[in-house]
Design a binder for this molecule. Sequence first.
Ligand SMILES: [Zn+2]
Length: 433
Amino acid sequence: MPSHSSIRIRLLAAAFLVVAWSGCSLGSTPDAGELDPVYARPAETVRILTLAPDQTLGEILQGSVSTSQQYDLLLAFQEQASPRRMRAGTEITLRYLTDNDSLRGVDVALNSDRTVRLTRDDDGWHSETVVTPTYTDTVFAAGVIRGSLWTSVVDNPALGQLPVQDRVGLLNDLDNVFQWQVDFSRQIQEGDTYRFAFERQVRPDGSTRSGHLLAAELVNAGTPYDAIWFDPNGDGQGSYYDLDGKSVRRAFLMKPLQFTRISSRFSLHRWQPILHIYRPHEGVDYAAKMGTPIMATADGVVIFRGRDDGFGNCVKIRHPNGWVTLYGHMEGFKRGLHVGSRVHQSDIIGYVGMTGLATGPHLHYQMIHHGVSVDPLSVKLPKGDPVPTNDMAAWRVARAARLSLLQSIPAAGPVRAAATADAPDQVAAQGGG
Ligand SMILES: [Zn+2]
């Protein structure tokens, strides 16, 4: 059980009360030490360069260091990363000794998690990769939905400490977990409630490196849906189960794209805009931007990857129990994907395009059962596997711990808010549910 180092209660609006708090878990000491202040000497001047698009590390160092030094620096850098494949905007920090203007160190921030540090001693230049330290932290939030789930979660003041993209990520995680029970875009109602605990690895700037929901509850139209994370092998390949140990997942995702809209439905008689004929449309079309990642909707094996006439770039995956899924009009395939590749549910297999017979970028998605195409929007998707019998004892322990964690979060509802200078002591209006 985590201890909560701080409790914050805030009043959002008269009709919308959110209670949440956040704190570090017990025993969650930082999993990496603090950065050594290697360059903290005062007798130093610093110059920061920013990589332009298509610029290489060698090019940007030209003019700042001598040719021989540039060569040695690149050699040392290559031990850690490729100097040719760096994103525009990469910051390169040059550190000089103030008294004689000689270069004594270079930091190249590859991304928010990794920095290549180049230092010089009598033998020449040396390199190391410094990984940004993170710590573990658990975020708790609860709310009554007013307007949409989106605004309720993203604008939840209890999550105000999280960068916006992390709040959006949380919402996506909730959507991913509950997608089979509740259609977030259509079924969420005013007065529905949610509460969740989310464990994350946090960088010093407060952004999330990685994380996942530990436990979540959504009450939709009076029906509670619970999801408990259970990862018996501790390898991150766990899954979500309801309180009875049944999978909240189905064997197939509801849809192969995260953000999308349906542009054409399954139909036995549809006008084909390019061929100008009527013919069956045996799948669902999802409009999305070029390059949008496409996910395998279920575990399986790739049985086709290539051009397939009107479907253009196409992938077909075989799944257990006589199922095949087909993904058409792709811009390209995920690198390394080939016939025979094993894929897991939600693995990215390629990207949205408009190859083959397509008037605009979209994904054609088809589900075939024992050779017959079925409508992905109305087919009853097979259930995911329950907690394995061998893991039952561990499941009961995990379930009890995560459930009490969830229940320790006050459900949003009538709660007395603390008095502050700005907000006189008052009792919040009733929350739903
Ligand atoms: Zn189609």
